[in-house]
Write a protein that binds this ligand. Structure first.
Ligand code: FFO
Ligand code: ATP
Length: 195
């Protein structure tokens, strides 16, 4: 099987698996993320004014909005990704949780065009699957790979993959452009990962 076919097949199976976790304990898992993340604020170098990029969950992605709300109350500047064009890196625009959003592609919601562009120090990355070495399988657009590559070329950034514990795989197929995650956050634990 080619690596692309392998990823395609794994995406399909991971979508069904993620649905099970989401239906079983989606809301509890969303809340469980909060203390696990807050315990690592110092290790992450977080301070009031730090820019944290989240995502607006689509389909059965784990819901990080309760975590973003807590971080905002601690002084974080929150941001959400904006798809500029297919094949390009994502942009991040500032988003206070009380502010309106507009529809983006693939069922995403994104900050209004007037919201300022910001550079996040911490990026919460959505995923279909992850492994213990920071490998990640996303939706297949390559958006986060291009985005993390661009951010890393420009200075320090911490990429935290967020998902349900059952989204962990033994070893994901990786290609040259795949960007690794620095941390993994699930409803069970938050841990540093790497090759
Ligand atoms: N919540 C969220 N926001 C995000 C992403 C993401 O993965 N999740 N993206 C990451 O790149 C970017 C948007 N790109 C995307 C590219 C493809 C699909 C996609 O194929 N979605 C499926 C339905 C989702 C599912 O069933 O899991 C589809 O449209 O068929 C989604 C988003 C930026 N914002
Ligand atoms: N830095 C990059 N520059 C150019 N193309 C890239 C880069 N990173 C990834 N790509 C391309 O994007 C496509 C999709 O990559 P991949 O299958 O790894 O997506 P993904 O990480 O699962 O998706 P996403 O990040 O959007 O959730 C591939 O064809 C890959 O070659």
């Amino acid at each position: 099987m080619s690596i692309d076919t392998e990823k395609l097949d794994l995406r399909r199976r991971m979508r069904s698996l993620r649905l099970i976790a989401d239906q079983k304990h989606g809301p509890e898992a969303a809340v469980a993320l909060i203390p696990l993340f807050m315990a690592q604020l110092d290790a992450l170098g977080f301070r009031a004014g730090s820019v944290v990029a989240g995502y607006w969950p689509i389909a059965t992605e784990i819901d990080i909005r309760p975590l973003l709300a807590r971080l905002e109350s601690r002084g974080a500047v929150c941001a959400l990704p904006v798809v500029v064009e297919a094949g390009a890196a994502l942009q991040f625009r500032r988003w206070a949780l009380i502010e309106d959003l507009e529809d983006g592609p693939h069922g995403t919601r994104q900050p209004m065009a007037a919201a300022p562009i910001v550079r996040p120090q911490i990026v919460l990355v959505p995923l279909l699957a992850f492994d213990a070495e920071g490998g990640r399988l996303g939706q297949g657009g390559g958006y986060y790979d291009r985005t993390l590559a661009a951010l890393r070329a420009d200075g320090p950034v911490t990429a935290i993959g967020v998902g349900y514990a059952l989204q962990e795989r033994a070893q994901l197929p990786m290609t040259a452009t795949d960007q690794r995650l620095d941390w993994i956050l699930t409803e069970d634990a938050m841990r540093q990962v790497g090759p």
